[in-house]
Design a binder for this molecule. Structure first.
Ligand code: SAM
Ligand code: SF4
Length: 325
């Protein structure tokens, strides 16, 4: 069992398989980075799996594949199958912008993927285009339909932004309601890579928009999830709010992150990371496990990001597209 330096059980690994992306979301990667990580520095699926297998054997039973856009990585289904075959009971999920799903949803399902989180910020083609800086909406909606058709579990993530998609909170929620999908509203997190003109909506403002039409009841957090859940009185629909400005989910944080280059990151808002790359390249699982033990020891008690600090300085240096959000 993996326990961190504050006594929390860590059973959740988020694996970023690429930092590259086919969108240029204004809140994440508004411009193509100056340089991408060279392909030769990316760990192969076999190398990533060597570590993941050891982590699963130590009690990791929840794995999320993310990016960048993870569906850009060729043969992702074979990687998913490796993980699934090692432990079919592992809760295996993927976060995607949905654009490539029409082509690959069936393959992912067949490989053993259970659940998808799909980012959907608008139902208006021009607004989706403005946010992703590409004409994406119809393809993403097709991707959602395809994923539903093949039987993948789906959640939708929306980042509400003032003056851009803040008037679509109810529309997006109702789109999800009609399809039996849960929506989670994510507070925009300032970071120095994002378009500096963006203004996110505070959790309270998001809830106020929902309350314009519905009566809501707070349910609380689900286990270690950062999402705080609410139920709509009128029809029983449940939705989530991810509010990283609060630190209250750090107490039960159960996750660590592995990047495509092999950096283990103990917390999204923590700049120190340790590499397992040279160890897994040599097949030295024992040395990689020692790095993991050190990272767990160093995992901070709570995230270092605070609203005041972020608004003043856009302080978080690590990009979402590198860490996988
Ligand atoms: N490309 C995939 C996608 O967009 O779903 C996976 C990677 S993306 C970095 C993971 C999640 O992070 C997405 O739901 C995205 O909306 C969220 N995200 C990215 N930048 C963010 C920011 N500045 N604030 C809040 N959420 C952000
Ligand atoms: Fe790409 Fe996802 Fe970042 Fe948008 S949020 S730029 S889709 S990695």
């Amino acid at each position: 069992m993996l326990i961190d330096g504050h006594g929390r059980r860590v059973n959740y690994l988020r694996v970023s398989v690429t930092e590259r992306c086919n969108f240029r979301c204004q809140y994440c990667m508004p411009e193509k980075p100056f340089s991408w990580v060279p392909k030769e520095n990316l760990l192969s699926f076999e190398e990533l799996f060597l570590f993941i297998k050891a982590a699963m054997d130590e009690g990791v039973n929840k794995i999320r594949i993310t990016g960048g856009e993870p569906l850009l990585r060729e043969d992702l289904d074979t990687f998913i199958k490796m993980i699934h075959d090692h432990n079919p009971d592992v809760d295996l999920a993927l976060t995607t912008n949905g654009y490539l799903l029409p082509q690959v949803a069936q393959k992912l399902k067949d490989a053993g993927l259970k659940r998808l989180n799909i980012s959907l910020d608008s139902l208006k083609p021009e607004v989706a285009h403005k946010i992703a800086q590409k004409d994406v909406l119809s393809q993403v909606l097709k991707g959602i339909d395809k994923a539903l058709e093949v039987g993948l579990g789906i959640k939708i993530n929306m980042v509400p932004l003032k003056g851009i998609n803040d008037n679509e909170i109810i529309d997006l929620m109702e789109y999800c309601m009609d399809r039996g999908i849960k929506i989670r509203f994510i507070e925009y997190m300032e970071n120095r890579h994002a378009n500096i003109e963006l203004r996110g909506m505070h959790g309270k403002e998001i809830l106020a928009k929902v309350k314009e039409k519905y009566t809501i009841h707070a349910l609380g957090r689900e286990g270690s999830s950062p999402s705080f859940n609410y139920r709509i009185e009128e029809n029983g629909y449940e939705f989530g709010l991810i509010d990283p400005h609060k630190h209250d989910f750090c107490e039960t944080c159960n996750r660590i992150r592995l990047t495509a280059e092999g950096f283990l990151i103990p917390c999204l808002y923590f700049d120190e990371a340790m590499s397992i790359a040279e160890h897994v390249k040599k097949g030295d699982v024992e040395a990689a496990s020692q790095v993991l033990a050190q990272v767990l020891k160093d995992k901070p008690k709570e995230n270092r990001w605070s609203e005041e600090k972020a608004e003043d300085t856009n302080d978080s240096s690590r990009a979402f597209y590198e860490t996988g959000g």
